[in-house]
Design a protein around this ligand. Structure first.
Ligand code: DNO
Length: 394
C-alpha cells in the first residue's frame, strides 16, 4: 500500500518536511478554506498540488470533497450543488488527483463522546460512551422520542452513572466533543465560532424530516449516477467513508454501516469508479461486523484504506485499539497482498509524549500517528517478506 498521511494544509503544525522524514509517501488533504458546496477551481487545486510537490511529496487522496447536506436530503438546490461537485471533480482530474473520499452521513460526520480518555499507560484515546451519547440526545438536545432509541441498560447507566456527574462544565464539554471539535476541521456543519451549536444542530436535524434510510440511499444513488460520467472521463475513484459509528444515531438514518449496505450501494452503481474507503476503524464500531472478512470481500472495490480498529465493550461503548491488533494485521495483509498500491493512512492514534499540548485536530496527533505508522509499516514489511519467502519455497 502507499503510505499516506492526513495533513491539514500549510497551516498544519505538522509540516511536509517532517512527514518526509517518517516515511510518508503521499498526502491526504482537502481544500479546507473553500466553503462547503463551492467549486474547487482549477487554480486552487493546482496551488495545493504544487505546494505538496515542491516539498517532495504527492497529493494522493482528497479527504474530503464534502457532499452538501442538500444533496443528502434531496433539497431543491441539489442539482446545482451536484453540478458544482462535478466541476470540482473535473478540476481535480485535470490536475491528476484521482482518489476522492467523501461520506454520506446526515448532519454529523463522525461522533465520539470523549477525545482524551485516559489509558493506563498515560496516553489518551478517543472513546464512545453510549450512555453519555444518550445523555446528550435526551437531556441536552431534548430530541422528541429519543428515549425509545436506547436499550434499558443504556438508559439506566445514563440516569445512574452519567447524569449525577454532569456539571455545567461537563455538559459543555460533551456538546463540544460530539458536535463541535470532531466536526469543524472536516468542513462540517458546525464550527468553533458557532455561538449556539445545539440550536444550530436542531435546525440541521429538521432538514431530514421524512428522510429514512431508503430515501437517503436513493439520494446517494442519484448523486453517484450524476457524477460517474466525470469520474469515467478523468478516471477518478470515488470512495465513500463508512458511517462512524456504523448505526443510525440521533434519529438520522445511516446507510454505509456494514456488509448489506456496502453491497447495496456498490450494486446500485456497478461502475468500478464507485468504491469504498475501507475504514476498518469505523466498521469495527459495531460488534456485528467481521472486519477482516469485509476486507477480503470488498478489497477489489476499495480505493483507500484507513488503518485503525476499535474494541466494542458488551455495553456498546467502544474505544480505539492498538494498530497491532490481530484483526488489523489481517486487514493489512489482505490489502497489501491484493491491492499493493492502494493508498493507506493511519487514523485516530493516541495522544502521547506532548501531543496533548499541541491542539491537534481530534484523532490526529503527531507522535501517536507516527508510532502507528511505524507499526503498520512493520506489518506491511512482514507481509511482503512472508510472500517473498513463500514464492521462493515454491
Ligand atoms: C474522521 C474521519 C472522517 C472522514 C470523513 C470523510 O476522523 O475519518 O471525518 O474524513 O467522513 O468524508
Amino acid at each position: 500500500m502507499e503510505k499516506t498521511w492526513r495533513w491539514f494544509g500549510p497551516e498544519d503544525p505538522i509540516t511536509l518536511d517532517m512527514l518526509r522524514q517518517i516515511g510518508v509517501e503521499g498526502i491526504v488533504t482537502s481544500l479546507h478554506h473553500v466553503p462547503n458546496g463551492a467549486v474547487w477551481s482549477y487554480d486552487e487545486v493546482k496551488k495545493m498540488k504544487d505546494y505538496i510537490e515542491d516539498h517532495g511529496l504527492r497529493w494522493s487522496v482528497v479527504e474530503s470533497l464534502p457532499v452538501s447536506e442538500s444533496i443528502k436530503y434531496g433539497g431543491e438546490d441539489r442539482d446545482k450543488l451536484i453540478e458544482n461537485y462535478k466541476e470540482s471533480l473535473a478540476n481535480l482530474g485535470k490536475n491528476g488527483v484521482k482518489t476522492v473520499c467523501y461520506n454520506f452521513m446526515p448532519v454529523l460526520d463522525w461522533a465520539r463522546t470523549d477525545l482524551d480518555y485516559p489509558n493506563p499507560d498515560g496516553t489518551t484515546n478517543l472513546y464512545f460512551n453510549r450512555a453519555e451519547f444518550a445523555y446528550f440526545d435526551i437531556e441536552i438536545l431534548k430530541r422528541p422520542g429519543a428515549e425509545k432509541d436506547y436499550d434499558d441498560e443504556t438508559l439506566r447507566r445514563m440516569r445512574e452513572e452519567v447524569a449525577p456527574r454532569m456539571s455545567e462544565e461537563a455538559r459543555r464539554r460533551l456538546v463540544e466533543n460530539i458536535i463541535v471539535k470532531t466536526q469543524g476541521f472536516v468542513n462540517g456543519n458546525i464550527t468553533e465560532s458557532d455561538l449556539n451549536p445545539v440550536e444550530k444542530f436542531r435546525s440541521l436535524l429538521k432538514l431530514y424530516k421524512g428522510v429514512d434510510a431508503e430515501k437517503l440511499r436513493e439520494n446517494m444513488v442519484y448523486f453517484l449516477n450524476a457524477i460517474m460520467p466525470v469520474c469515467d472521463e478523468y478516471d477518478i475513484n470515488m470512495c465513500v467513508h463508512p458511517d462512524d459509528p456504523p448505526m443510525p444515531i440521533l434519529g438520522l438514518p445511516r446507510i454505509v454501516t456494514g456488509d448489506a449496505d456496502i453491497n447495496a450501494f456498490l450494486d446500485a452503481v456497478p461502475n468500478p469508479h464507485n468504491g469504498l474507503t475501507f475504514c476498518a476503524g469505523s466498521l469495527s464500531g459495531s460488534a456485528a461486523n467481521d472486519v477482516p472478512e469485509l476486507a477480503r470481500k470488498y478489497a477489489d472495490r476499495t480505493h483507500f484504506v484507513h488503518a485503525r480498529i476499535c474494541n466494542v465493550m458488551p455495553n456498546g461503548d467502544f474505544k480505539e485499539s492498538t494498530h497491532l491488533d490481530p484483526r488489523l494485521i489481517d486487514v493489512i495483509r489482505t490489502f497489501e497482498t491484493q491491492r499493493p498500491g492502494v493508498p493507506m493512512r493511519v487514523d485516530h492514534a493516541p495522544l502521547m509524549l506532548g501531543d496533548e499540548k499541541m491542539g491537534y485536530n481530534a484523532g490526529y496527533s503527531f507522535h501517536g500517528r507516527m508510532l502507528a505508522l511505524g507499526m503498520v509499516s512493520g506489518i506491511m514489511a512482514t507481509v511482503n517478506a512472508d510472500s517473498k519467502t513463500a514464492k521462493t519455497e515454491k
